[in-house]
Design a protein around this ligand. Structure first.
Ligand code: NAG
Ligand code: NAG
Ligand code: NAG
Ligand code: NAG
Ligand code: NAG
Ligand code: NAG
Ligand code: NAG
Ligand code: NAG
Length: 450
């Protein structure tokens, strides 16, 4: 899984606002005693003030999750949060997450696990808290009051979970949260993901399900036969995977390319492509074509040899993100009873995969995600949750009963994947999506008033 982030596939027109970039001296270790001696790193953030009513407007804090944060750009296809900010006369801030982009606490690549010593969710949540306190102080002068403004924290996917965890842990710092496709429940063995790939693709008919199985059977049999070069050649990925200790990583790469099509609302396109071919080899070729078309088949995000690279570039997130999964959250995608991926991608594989990526002396141990989950409550009020009906990640989201204080909006449509509600609204949107957006706006406005 590559990226859990809410992907941007496409373009929108030019936007009429000014965005400025700043850097905050963030504390490296919030739990160091005394904290004054903990050291700082530069945490990047972006500010749009064009819509802000300085005296009375709230602050919308968009949390960039596990990837480089670029703020709102001309290629941002998910402008709905900014539109809601505008309607509420809000200041709009995007905050980069520690260990991604340029907001890197420690750069010394020679220190093995010490590199990621401060890379955990408690530190990330404390970053947000300290940042809000700092901004509140900084705004006193221009707002001509010491009473802080109201903050709405917003995020999608992992960042959606952060927004819900944050509102719950620091209720005095944020008035509300908007948690889109929020993976609030850490789960080690996440076979429900695979189950949803089945549920979603079955909407296109049993043919699609059977096609996916035939591709999986083909690649697993070729793996057993030691015949993987033919397959990696098809994906132009032979040079990347040739350095891997075991070509089993190619099974993960191809299975996830299909799953990501579903995750990002392209299930119909995936099924059409698969069904247009008859032999398993031709169906596999179709996977390489659609993966390429939608930019979802980057071998560097899967190959162990690439994930082991300690020289993390600004635009690369995979090594850092796997650390969070291998050490805190799990969400390791195993085959369900519906077998939407090769049977070899079981927990034995995942344990091996995490060990390979972080080949530290003594090895690493997969997390007890029950303990992670126990430390991360998401049950505060004033949080609006959303789910896309096709999105496999929905099985890690809030599975409680929807209430007025903590509404859960399930958005049903053929292309309703991960973080669908964030997309820029347009005239062809299905009624379910428009209705969900109306509710989101109403809830946020109501919580800001109260
Ligand atoms: C961050 O710290 C550096 C070094 O102490 C200082 O020069 C800079 O002004 C600080 N930046 C902010 C935004 O406070
Ligand atoms: C680490 O490197 C990044 C990118 O070059 C830089 O922005 C950041 O300030 C560095 N962090 C530290 C703690 O030196
Ligand atoms: C290896 O792949 C080639 C190319 O598709 C195929 O013709 C051959 O049968 C495969 N070998 C085995 C042992 O499956
Ligand atoms: C692989 O590379 C060839 C030649 O550069 C190109 O025509 C083809 O579209 C590429 N296929 C994929 C799946 O990237
Ligand atoms: C995973 O699959 C491999 C290959 O079939 C098998 O050897 C291993 O025992 C399986 N592990 C688990 C936990 O089922
Ligand atoms: C975590 O909790 C689940 C459900 O209660 C349980 O089945 C599982 O054994 C627990 N895992 C660990 C490692 O304690
Ligand atoms: C998301 O979907 C799952 C599975 O259908 C459901 O259990 C959960 O309640 C939903 N959560 C949200 C936030 O909509
Ligand atoms: C409208 O939005 C949907 C969902 O984001 C997108 O798939 C579709 O291409 C958009 N249509 C137009 C005409 O922009």
């Amino acid at each position: 899984m590559v990226p859990l982030f809410c992907v941007i596939l496409g373009l929108v027109g030019a936007q009429n606002f000014t965005q400025k970039v700043f850097y905050y001296n963030q504390t490296i270790d919030h739990f160091h005693i005394p904290v004054q001696e903990a050291g700082v790193f530069s945490q990047r953030y972006y500010v749009i003030d064009d819509y802000w009513n300085v005296a009375s407007g709230p602050i919308f804090l968009y949390l960039c999750g596990e990837s480089e944060c670029k703020g709102v750009t001309s290629t941002t296809k998910s402008l709905f949060p900014l539109q809601v900010a505008k309607e509420n006369a809000a200041r709009y801030i995007s905050l980069e997450h520690r260990y991604y982009g340029v907001s890197i606490p420690i750069n010394n690549t020679g220190l093995f696990q010490q590199i990621f010593q401060y890379h955990d969710v408690d530190q990330a949540l404390a970053d947000i808290a300290q940042f809000i306190r700092y901004m509140n102080f900084q705004m006193q002068e221009i707002r001509k009051t010491t009473i802080p403004p109201k903050w709405v924290v917003i995020g999608g996917s992992y960042a959606g979970a952060l927004s819900a965890w944050f509102r719950t842990r620091y209720p005095n710092l944020a008035t509300a949260a908007w948690a889109s496709s929020a993976v609030v429940r850490p789960i080690l063995d996440f076979s429900d993901f695979d189950k949803q790939v089945y549920i979603s693709t079955a909407k296109s008919g049993q043919n699609c399900v059977d096609s996916i199985k035939s591709v999986n059977n083909l690649i697993q049999s070729q793996y057993i036969a030691g015949n993987m070069t033919v397959i990696t050649d098809l994906f132009n990925a032979t040079s990347v995977f040739s350095n891997d200790p075991d070509q089993i990583t190619v099974l993960w790469y191809i299975a996830d390319t299909m799953a990501e099509m579903v995750q990002y609302g392209k299930r119909v396109e995936l099924c059409q492509a698969l069904n247009s071919a008859s032999s398993p080899w031709d169906k596999l070729k179709q996977v390489s074509i659609v993966g390429n078309t939608y930019g979802l088949a980057n071998p560097n995000a899967y190959a162990v040899s690439a994930l082991k690279n300690l020289n993390i570039a600004q635009n690369v997130m995979d090594r850092q993100w796997w650390w969070q999964q291998c050490q805190q959250f799990g969400w390791l995608q195993t085959p369900s009873e519906y077998q939407m991926r090769p049977s070899y991608l079981n927990m034995t594989f995942w344990n091996w995969y995490c060990q390979q990526i972080y080949s530290y002396p003594g090895g690493i141990t997969l997390p007890n995600t029950n303990i992670t989950a126990a430390g991360l409550s998401y049950k505060a009020n004033n949080i609006v949750y959303t789910n896309g009906s096709e999105d496999p990640w929905q099985w890690a989201s809030n599975n409680a009963v929807s209430t007025e204080a903590r509404p859960i909006l399930k958005i049903e449509c053929d292309f309703c994947g991960h973080c669908i509600d964030f997309k820029t609204p347009n005239s062809t949107d299905p009624a379910s999506l428009t209705r969900a957006r109306t509710y989101i706006k109403a809830y946020i406005a109501q919580w800001l008033r109260s």
